[in-house]
Design a protein around this ligand. Structure first.
Ligand code: ATP
Length: 265
């Protein structure tokens, strides 16, 4: 396996006279499923904005499959990277039309309508996300969780090599949470899509992700497999909250138990 499909070196980015993410170093093999965890305001979304060129880098570089993103331009970037943002601005288009927008980066010059192949790709991911029954509804008239599923279908329709998801499970019930995580895991394993996902649910992250990165105050506090990152010491240091760490009896992955103020340890 190529250990450095995604190579982030000494990356920094942030806001004028304000918050900065700094000195991030990260190497991921193709098909890795990285979970980015850390408390609110630790810089997870800012880090994503730097990778997706939504914020200029103030230092370092991001290389995907040997290509330095600084040189690819917006269209080239859209063919490599798809982003599922935390909040999506929605107009009244149908779910199907919305998901099809993922094909725009693949249009040839002077191609003004979608091809049959474009429609087939969109239909495949609409089906995989389990929202085929909603395809003719306006996106403004479906639930928050259904909108999240549509946003993921749209990003996959872009057929990126690197997929960034900013908390895709936050509005989802356990059925859809598990469905989306299983699907992402399968896409990373079978199709070699490298996935980076911001996730607040530490147990979901620990269960599914092949790699974790724990952020604190704009820096990467630690990286590695779930068992190395999800320790009581690391979590208490990053979140300043007392927890107990156990083991999922079936998967043997770490499991975090929050501790109520009632409990004295
Ligand atoms: N557009 C902006 N301009 C200036 N500062 C910003 C901007 N967006 C975010 N920040 C600041 O940057 C810091 C990090 O924010 P960021 O959204 O990266 O954190 P996060 O880890 O993704 O948080 P959360 O888990 O709450 O989504 C915060 O202190 C925030 O106030």
């Amino acid at each position: 396996m190529d250990m450095s499909y995604l190579e982030i070196k000494d990356m920094s980015c942030g806001y004028h006279n304000g918050f900065f993410v700094s000195d991030i170093n990260l190497s991921l093999p193709k098909g890795a499923f990285l979970g980015i965890i850390g408390r609110n305001g630790s810089g997870k979304s800012t880090f994503f904005r730097g990778i997706a060129a939504d914020l200029p880098l103030s230092g370092g570089e991001v290389v995907v499959g040997g290509v330095n993103l600084a040189g690819v331009g917006l269209r080239g970037l859209a063919r490599l990277i798809a982003v599922v943002p935390q909040f999506t601005e929605l107009s009244g288009v149908s779910v199907q039309e919305y998901v099809l927008m993922g094909r725009i980066a693949h249009r040839r010059p002077f191609q003004f309508s979608y091809t049959e192949a474009d429609r087939a790709v969109a239909a495949k991911y609409i089906e995989l996300m389990g929202i085929t029954h909603l395809k003719d509804k306006p996106v403004t008239e479906i639930s928050g969780g259904e909108q999240q599923m549509a946003a993921v279908a749209c990003a996959l329709t872009q057929q990126p090599t690197l997929l960034l998801l900013d908390e895709p499970t936050s509005h989802l019930d356990i059925t859809y949470q598990v469905r989306i995580m299983n699907l992402l895991e399968e896409l990373s394993r079978r199709e070699g899509i490298t996935i980076m996902m911001i996730v607040h649910d530490l147990n979901l992250a620990g269960e599914y992700c092949t790699h974790l990165m724990l952020m604190s105050e704009g820096k990467s506090l630690c990286q590695g497999a779930a068992t190395a990152v999800l320790t009581r010491e690391n979590i208490e240091r990053a979140y300043r909250t007392r927890v107990e760490v156990g083991v999922n009896p079936v998967s043997k992955r770490p499991f975090i138990f929050p501790l109520s103020g009632r409990v004295t340890v």
